[in-house]
Design a protein around this ligand. Structure first.
Ligand code: AMP
Length: 282
């Protein structure tokens, strides 16, 4: 695996591959890799000739400086996992490489209707940071395919809209959420779950399944109430449980009005904030 730390290195390498008509797939990450990330790499390898991963703990998407400080950075293990997964390129930039001093990287498009809901209100500035960094990374890598996880449904919906509005010639591919055997969505934050809480951690998944089963059997408001109770009964501090339109992310009031519906949840289990979602209908 090639490890590049500068924009120049990665662009030079990819330009030579592109000259030979290679198709490039890109998987951006914050590192602390797990099986979920590696599934995205495998997906990339299946559809492209060259797979590029990036590890960049983007400071601008952390609204809480403590969260940024605590974010795990097991770089040696990450490099090992990418190497044995046969990823072609790891782009591992320093902050200055992504944010060169004096360069204005703001993305001037209106995504407010997508960023103001779900994760938005409790994480001010988060999606602005995500949009800025993904745009910057796409400008650098110029991939044919961008692979993102369904685990962060809102994030991929926002990036999909950014790509559409800016007419970026990259196809976004959403990879399904990879889960532990009991249904808990894999996440870099799971290592921080207190072992005494681990047995109930899959309640979010179970509540999402329940919402799916109750489609058309109860109205959306009742489903949200039932699923919220189920999560709170297991000791979670619930931030939201919502049934939203899969395109515009606005809450649904009836089952029939949206072509696609997604159930989304965020809740604290002890000191760890977990998010998950399930596509109820596509
Ligand atoms: P992160 O490093 O957390 O920013 O994640 C990098 C990419 O991996 C994002 O597109 C995530 O949505 C995706 N991802 C994270 N966890 C999972 C998972 N359990 N299953 C599938 N994709 C995931």
């Amino acid at each position: 695996m090639h490890i590049f730390t500068t924009v120049e290195q990665v662009q030079e390498f990819l330009a030579s591959k592109r000259q030979n008509n290679a198709r490039i797939a890109f998987v951006p990450t914050l590192g602390a890799l797990h099986v979920g990330h590696l599934a995205l790499m495998k997906h990339a390898q299946q559809i492209a000739d060259v797979t590029v991963a990036s590890i960049f703990v983007n400071p601008t998407q952390f609204n809480d400086p403590e969260d940024l400080k605590k974010y795990p950075r097991p770089l040696r293990s990450d490099i090992h996992q990418l190497t044995i997964s046969k990823v072609d390129v790891l782009f591992l930039p320093m902050d200055d490489e992504i944010y060169p001093p004096g360069k204005d990287l703001s993305v001037h498009i209106d995504l407010d209707h997508l960023t103001n809901v779900l994760e938005g209100p409790t994480r001010p500035g988060h999606f602005k940071g995500v949009v800025t960094v993904v745009k910057r990374l796409l400008d650098i890598v110029q991939p044919d395919f961008l692979i993102m996880g369904q685990k962060d449904y809102q994030q991929q919906a926002i990036i999909s809209e950014m790509i559409r509005q800016l007419q970026i010639p990259t196809k976004l591919i959403r990879h399904p959420t990879e889960r532990a055997d009991d249904g808990l969505a894999l996440s870099s934050r799971n290592v921080r779950i207190d072992p005494k809480h681990r047995p109930v951690a899959n309640t979010l998944y179970q509540a999402l399944q329940k919402a799916k089963r109750l489609q058309f059997r109860k109205n959306p408001k009742e489903v949200v109430a039932l699923c919220s109770d189920m999560i709170e009964e297991q000791g979670f501090n619930l931030e939201y449980f919502a049934l939203v339109d899969g395109e515009n992310l606005q809450p649904i009031r009836e089952w029939n009005t949206s072509a696609s519906i997604v159930a989304c949840v965020a809740a604290w289990l002890g000191e760890v904030r977990l998010i998950d979602n399930e596509i109820i209908r596509e």
